[in-house]
Design a protein around this ligand. Structure first.
Ligand code: BGC
Length: 941
């Protein structure tokens, strides 16, 4: 039963963690641990649980976090050898947690404590099972590396696992990681059990315990292929390039590549994950019509404990002229909890659009269309891509699924992979386009696959983008000036939206395009941005100030307000459980509502193109259908609660290194079938009305200024009816020109409606180029009005508007939830001694932890005050450094610095009125990587 309260929220999160655990090995049934098991817990990871990843998505201030060790210690059925823990705790005193420099300069792992063979032998005598916890973090602005301590185990970790597995008969390795890591050590050291437990948010340890003790039988499945070698991933040759990233693997991402040409290089396949029980899966093709294939499946629990199973459907389309992967994931369902011997019949409907191919060359005679080529389509059903069995087939005539128009095609020649039948050395495909010639097939020796990879030239752009933009210029609405209508009049049906827009001045329209933040005081304190009615003029028209917050795994409020931390995206994907995720996100939505957040900056839905991408943890999977479906489930939950999600990063945000600069070079086919498809599914399934573009560029254009991305595909083709916002402080370019942060006119033209973020919406005319470009006619009033319409329609549907209209009474809403400001927790409080004149850093250090030092304000000095804060940081300009100011215990505001690249920077924040009296000032921030040079408390007049 869905009942809104924090207890149920935690319960759903705990269940998600348990269902997201992916068990890869369980020799001798070592798991679940039987009642009374004595465990020896090893690994520094036991003491530093990674609850989530780093960067903007990792800054939720949690009330509590339950680590795996905490949960084990509390268990009544399993005991933990505290002698071992004591040894670690002693070592940690000498070797404290290395925080690095914060943001993108944090170590991927912590130094492991070396343990002697004798110590482990002694431990073995006292315990039944060894549990080794390996931890890895990852995050924004920093990719993982194919190095020890990141993708690979360190020597000390290897020795630990080696000694433990040689000494203990029963050993379990738990991977508390955000991304998949190298797994070859499993074959080398042969632990009895291995399980990915991911980063589980604040309930992480509890969920893992449920699997360890058998309360829940694992049912999580890998959302990525784990290959033996990192070099074997097909994107490996260009991933991480500082300047250009050629997507040579094209649509052959993850299992689509491996199953087609390199099945023997896979250690653990996509969709794989074990259970404590066994299942028999069967199926048949029930029905095929114009739009979908319906597969009937039956799952029987043939083992002896209860459990859930994930049934997966894959399609093998004929190679045809376009070439296809031999498996395309087309649908899934999770069973209910099945008792031993119990069966469940599940019908899975797979839309044909999920496995249609996009013809970017015109080779089928239908250029720019999603098509199904004629032939036999085989249907596979099972519990991993490798194990799925052919359960039937259907014969398909050539069918155009959707005729579109060319958009986003590359402008630079390159070659992409294309499967070639193994018994043909060199092939030329008959086609109407001379560009397409299969050049050579790299012979795939000792491989069981039918195909090898050849290469073909990628079709280039043939349309003129400027002509398209010119021919689609929006009409201008007649300017009427203020006629006294407010947005409420649109909500109540008194006037239409265009009549309302007719009232807005040029200045109003430009201000609607500018989000404010971070941590604008016009919305919930500490959040990422305010947008909408931010100026007195827009407010007069009754437009509410709208609030967005990071995202995606909880509400980030930089002033220290506590919020619930959910498990990471990859873990949620691994559950393959839409219903559970929907329920969890309904709680999340309720919490957003309580905190007056209109849209969360998530779900993150980029494709796991390569295992080292730092932000894979926030995203779901290497598969676009799974990504789209899981994110749709999340969005549906949020929508039920009456709030929105901002799906990000649109699109192809696949590496963190030089993320704002490295140019992606991608075929239109790969974009449409892989990188856009997931967004399309989420939008079409849920009506999601908010999208965030990326920092980076592909095919010559930065995404925030890309008309075909933000208009042609998103709105014209998919019917998206919402807002598009930039990533924070993103840049844009005009075609053929360099990128520039001031170039917001390019964003206006593209219909990227909101630039995020400015310090003060009203004072940007001198900073960005909107007014200047408008004045010379490079952007029009019609375009500004069109974008304003998007923002206003969003505002009309928003939580803020419902509150304004009196339709929601927040006082009655989840009143027991405690969201009071608590600027403690994870924020380190620097207490700065103050006079009302100046506080220097040296003084601040001296008085650290001394909260009894006050400054006085004489009655003649009463008035409006500001804090001027001066810092230096070594980070780049995309790094967020929020600093909150408290006067006594009173929160006065947060100011967010961008990284200063080693230079000094100064910002002023209003701290409001101070009357005669005694005060002290506190400044709260995560202290890593910055030097606080000076804080000046200054009178404003
Ligand atoms: C991230 C976004 C995030 C935004 C606001 C950026 O650094 O890329 O994902 O939502 O900051 O914090």
């Amino acid at each position: 039963m869905f009942e809104l309260n924090e207890k149920n929220y935690a319960k759903a999160a705990r269940q998600a963690v348990a269902e997201g655990c992916v068990l890869l090995k369980n020799e001798g049934g070592v798991l679940p641990l039987v009642k009374g098991t004595k465990t020896a817990v090893f690994g520094i990871g036991a003491f530093y649980y990674y609850k989530g990843g780093l960067g903007s998505g990792g800054l939720v201030n949690t009330k509590y976090v339950v680590s795996i060790l905490d949960a084990l210690r509390k268990s009544e059925d399993i005991s933990v050898d505290e002698c071992i823990c004591e040894e670690y705790e002693k070592w940690i005193k000498e070797n404290p947690f290395d925080e690095g420099n914060g943001w993108g300069s944090v170590p991927w792992s912590q130094k492991e404590m070396p343990l002697s063979e004798e110590f482990i032998c002694e431990a073995e005598k006292r315990n039944d099972v060894a549990i080794v916890i390996i931890g890895r973090t990852a995050g924004e602005d920093q990719d993982n590396r194919a190095d020890e301590g990141s993708y690979y185990l360190t020597q000390t970790e290897r020795e630990l696992i080696k000694n433990v597995t040689e000494t203990f008969e029963k050993s379990v390795v738990l991977l508390n990681v955000g991304n998949i890591i190298d797994m070859k050590w499993v074959d080398e050291y042969k632990p009895s059990a291995v399980m990915y437990v991911w980063q589980g948010g604040q309930e992480g340890g509890n969920g893992v315990l449920d699997v360890l003790d058998g309360t829940v039988s694992p049912s999580g499945k890998l959302t990525d292929t784990i290959a033996y070698n990192i070099e074997d991933y097909p994107s490996a040759s260009y991933f991480g390039d500082a300047d250009k990233n050629y997507y040579v693997e094209d649509i052959y991402v993850g299992y689509k590549y491996f199953q087609t040409v390199a099945a023997d290089k896979v250690m653990y396949p996509f969709g794989f994950g074990m259970s404590y029980t066994d299942f028999e899966i069967s199926g048949s093709v029930k029905n095929v019509d114009e739009n979908s294939v319906v597969v009937d499946t039956a799952v029987k629990n043939t083992g002896d404990c209860e459990g859930k199973e994930v049934v997966q459907v894959y399609i093998e389309a004929p190679q045809g002229k376009l070439g296809k992967p031999v498996r395309t994931f087309a649908g899934y369902a999770k069973t209910k909890e099945l008792a031993a011997n119990e069966s469940e019949n599940i019908s899975i409907s797979c839309p044909k659009s999920y496995f249609a191919s996009y013809d970017d060359a015109g080779i089928t005679g239908h250029k720019s269309a999603f098509v199904l080529e004629a032939g036999e389509y085989k249907v596979y059903v099972g519990n991993s891509v490798a194990k799925a069995q052919c359960i039937g087939s259907f014969s398909q005539e050539f069918q155009v699924i959707e005729q579109l128009e060319e958009a986003l095609a590359p402008i630079e020649e390159f070659e992409r992979m294309h499967p070639v039948s193994e018994n043909i050395e060199e092939q030329t495909v008959e086609n109407s386009n001379e560009n397409i010639e299969i050049q050579s097939a790299e012979k795939n020796q000792k491989n069981s696959c039918e195909y090898s990879m050849g290469f073909e030239k990628v079709p280039l752009r043939t349309i003129s983008l400027s002509d398209r933009i010119e021919s689609e210029m929006p009409e201008e609405i007649l300017f009427t000036g203020d006629e006294g209508y407010s947005l409420k009049d649109v909500a109540n049906g008194k006037i239409d939206i265009d009549t309302f827009i007719g009232q807005l001045s040029d200045e109003d329209l430009m201000c609607l395009m500018r989000g404010e933040g971070m941590c604008s005081m016009k919305v919930t304190p500490g959040t990422a941005a305010a947008f909408g009615g931010l100026t007195p003029s827009l407010e007069r028209f009754g437009i509410p100030a709208l609030c967005c917050a990071d995202g995606p795994s909880g509400i980030r409020m930089d002033c220290g307000t506590k919020a619930f931390l959910l498990p990471i995206g990859t873990l949620l994907g691994a559950t393959f459980n839409d219903e559970l995720i929907g329920e969890l996100f309904e709680y999340f939505g309720a919490e957003m509502k309580y905190n007056r957040i209109d849209t969360i900056l998530g779900p993150g839905m980029n494709i796991h193109r390569h295992p080292l991408n730092g932000r894979n943890y926030e995203y779901i999977s290497e598969d676009t259908i799974l990504t789209g479906k899981i994110c749709a489930a999340e969005l549906k939950g949020l929508h039920r609660a009456g709030v929105e999600g901002t799906i990000k990063h649109f699109c192809a945000n696949n590496q963190e290194f030089r993320r704002a600069d490295a140019m992606g070079v991608i075929s239109e086919r790969a974009l449409r079938e892989i990188y856009l498809k997931c967004f399309e599914i989420a939008i079409k399934e849920t009506g999601c009305s908010s999208v965030m573009t990326t920092y980076g560029p592909f095919n010559g254009l930065w995404t925030s200024g890309n008309y075909d991305l933000c208009t042609t595909v998103l709105r014209k083709e998919w019917g998206f009816d919402g807002i598009v916002m930039t990533d924070w402080w993103a840049v844009a370019n005009w075609e053929g020109e360099k990128q520039d942060r001031k170039n917001r006119a390019a964003m206006v033209q593209a219909q990227n409606d909101i630039f995020m973020v400015c310090p003060d919406t009203e004072n940007e005319n001198a900073i960005d180029n909107i007014k200047a470009q408008y004045t010379i006619g490079n952007i029009t009033r019609g375009q500004l009005q069109r974008n304003a319409r998007n923002v206003l329609k969003f505002a009309l549907r928003s939580l803020a508007m419902q509150i304004k209209l009196g339709k929601i009474d927040l006082a009655e809403y989840a009143p027991e939830w405690d969201t009071s400001f608590r600027p403690d927790g994870e924020l380190e409080i620097i207490i700065a001694k103050g006079s009302h004149i100046e506080v220097s850093a040296e003084l601040a250090e001296k008085v650290l932890y001394d909260d009894g030092i006050y400054f006085n304000i004489a009655d003649t000095m009463a008035g409006d005050y500001s804090a001027v804060i001066n810092i230096t940081s070594q980070h780049n300009e995309y790094t967020q450094i929020p600093i909150s100011v408290f006067i006594d215990n009173d929160y006065r505001g947060t100011i967010t610095f961008q990284g200063t690249n080693g230079k000094e920077d100064e910002n002023e924040i209003s701290i409001g009125k101070l009357g005669e009296g005694e005060y002290y000032v506190r400044v709260a921030y995560r202290p890593h990587g910055i030097t606080m040079n000076k804080i000046v408390i200054k009178k404003n007049d």
